[in-house]
Design a protein around this ligand. Structure first.
Ligand SMILES: [Fe+2]
Length: 139
């Protein structure tokens, strides 16, 4: 997807910074897939998985602290972590070598996932966050 801009802000510094970094990571992975950089991919997957876990936990903590119901997002988070596991397993099973079709499929999947996550899912919390300072952090 396009790099992060302020248009994508949901009104919280932690979430916005993480989105910015995640978008950059997804774009990096897409470029690696396109370049068939099978050497760098496994580590990039580990990295994005690590940061996604942190991001989802922070988002859920913030939502809980401001009493915003994030049930749909929690489901979406679990689904994404499962899909990522599946991609990683498949990458290992194929010795890091995907068919053209699989590479394109996963690349599209990742970029539409991050777009949907930020623009459709997380934007829902924006009105609720308006009542809190931009750098709000749960206790
Ligand atoms: Fe998010």
């Amino acid at each position: 997807m396009e790099p992060y801009t302020d248009k994508l802000s949901v009104g919280n510094a932690t979430i916005d910074t993480q989105h910015k970094n995640l978008i950059a990571m997804v774009n990096g992975i897409e470029a690696m897939i396109k370049a068939r950089d099978n050497f760098a991919l496994p580590q990039a997957f580990e990295q994005i998985e690590h940061w996604l876990c942190i991001h989802f936990t922070d988002e859920e903590d913030i939502a809980r602290a401001i009493k915003f119901s994030f049930a749909g997002n929690k489901r979406e988070h679990n689904y994404m972590l499962k899909e990522l596991q599946r991609m990683k397993t498949e990458l290992v099973n194929k010795d890091g070598i995907w068919s053209d079709g699989a590479a394109e499929h996963y690349s599209n999947f990742l970029s539409s996932w991050i777009t949907n996550h930020v623009i459709n899912e997380d934007m829902l919390i924006k009105p609720a966050l308006k009542n809190y300072p931009y750098n709000f952090k749960p206790e």
